[in-house]
Design a protein around this ligand. Structure first.
Ligand code: PEP
Length: 246
């Protein structure tokens, strides 16, 4: 049985003070009825690790380099994330695909690198509004998933989570309807099933895109939605906790 995961991506937001306030509120609310992970900006990872010490809330990085180490000013390696106590990492977030021109090939290289350092990788996929309006959403998401599905071994797949995040729903207040999200999640699961039914049954597929307390229950009730990747609402402890409780 796949257990619901609610993951909070803080993006380039928060401060030491907010990190303290948010994580104290989350740890005080334990036990939570689902798996929970937070992805603070890297300067706050060590502070977050210390605040989460003794809690079941997982810590993740928002991105990692495809390289092991070296002359990559400003980048952060998977080894560094693991070294400071992160157990997860996001790769292929639409903001990185768009703003940093990250390709599917780079996403697979980052994924490999993160897996090598023992991190669980949340691979983000999703189509733009123009792609959906043209009826190409399955083709786009299928291509984004294909490299990961084809290239990773079964044991590597144990540490992969897919996050379906339609770009038009990220930070816009517009959420995919539960039916739209379920249709794409089911499609992604079929793609994985074509490789291995067992992997398809056990892989968690999260939905991301303007998830809030008010819409989380309906989304999470869909059979192929195993939780959420939450941006804006993860910066508000009350709202984030209401998503976790949904
Ligand atoms: C995200 O950053 O991955 C995200 C889904 O953001 P939001 O919840 O704000 O739409």
């Amino acid at each position: 049985m796949r257990k619901t995961l609610v993951a909070g991506n803080w993006k380039m937001n928060a401060s030491q003070q907010q990190t303290q306030a948010l994580l104290s509120a989350l740890t005080e609310a334990a036990p939570l009825p689902c798996d929970v992970a937070v992805f603070p900006p890297s300067p706050y990872l060590i502070q977050a690790r210390d605040l989460l010490s003794g809690s079941t809330i997982a810590l993740g990085g928002q991105d990692c380099s495809a390289a092991e180490s070296g002359a990559f000013t400003g980048d952060i390696s998977s080894a560094m994330l693991a070294d400071v106590g992160a157990t997860m990492v996001l790769v292929g977030h639409s903001e990185r695909r768009t703003l940093n021109h990250e390709t599917d090939q780079l996403v697979i290289e980052k994924t490999r690198q993160a897996l090598k350092h023992g991190l669980t990788v949340v691979v983000c996929v999703g189509e733009t509004l123009a792609e959906r309006q043209a009826g190409h959403e399955e083709k786009v998401v299928g291509t984004q998933c294909a490299a990961i599905i084809a290239e990773l071994s079964d044991s590597e797949w144990q540490n992969i989570i897919i996050a379906y995040e339609p770009v038009w729903a990220i930070g816009t207040g517009e959420t995919a309807s539960p039916a739209q999200a379920q249709a794409m999640h089911s499609y992604i699961r079929q793609l994985i099933a074509a490789r291995s039914v067992e992997l398809a049954d056990t892989t968690r597929i999260l939905y991301g895109g303007s998830v809030k307390g008010a819409n989380a229950s309906e989304l999470f009730a869909q059979p192929d939605i195993d939780g959420g990747l939450v941006g804006g609402a993860s910066l508000d402890a009350v709202e984030f906790l209401s998503i976790c409780r949904a």
